[in-house]
Design a binder for this molecule. Sequence first.
Ligand code: BTN
Length: 260
Amino acid sequence: MENNLSPTSITYNLETRFIGQRVIYYPRLTSTMEVAKREVQQGAVEGTVVVAGEQTVGRGRMKRTWLSPEGNVALSVILYPSVVCLPSLIMVASLAVVHSIEEVSGLRSQVKWPNDVLVKGRKVSGILIESSVRGKVVDYAIIGIGINANLRLSDFPELQPFVTSLSDELGKDVPPLNIIRRLLVEIERLYLTLPAGNAIYREWRDRLVTLGKKVQVKSGETILQGIAESVAEDGSLLLRHPNGSATKIIAGDVTLRDYE
Ligand code: BTN
């Protein structure tokens, strides 16, 4: 599909105060996370956004790769939050994705803990958050968002059972520009609510498909199984094991699978 992304088309009349007021666009790059980190080192202002038409080495969570061909959404947002707000960034990002998808495509989406976004049970978006914290000071946080806007899953049959795209669901192309502009507005709106308390926690919790399900959590070499009982305001998951004991799972370093 035609790619009409450019910094001007993204920022034009964008209704934000700082997020997306500075956009760096590359038609093709390795990973927006890599470029965003370089921007941080050069003193980028908060809200700077790196957008790629296509990524050649898109990064996923747990050192996985992220498929990021042209037509999809791939961006990173640079933030300098307080340490108190840091755990809520997964809620900001996943709700921003859910809201933007719904507004632009009309498709209802849900969150799989901690921050995958699903449409009809298949993954449509992934979120990666990288940060550097020293004591109580956050040097930076970078939110990376990938959305399968126009991925043709018939080209990737091995992914089809687990992955979908907005265009496959709708049977027509979805302009990445509209999704990106909506995303930036939503990220800022949700992010600005954080200092007043974690008002978005409840909505995030209510959007989770995970709660009440039997899940398997993989953290490094350890595999835990149990029922996903609840999530706390810091984003952690409480896993109840068959013997009645419970484990608190922190989002950062785990993958989660349904199992039966
Ligand atoms: C995951 O589900 O594993 C997270 C995927 C995150 C992908 C996005 S695309 C934009 C940004 N740049 C990257 O290299 N990764 C994130």
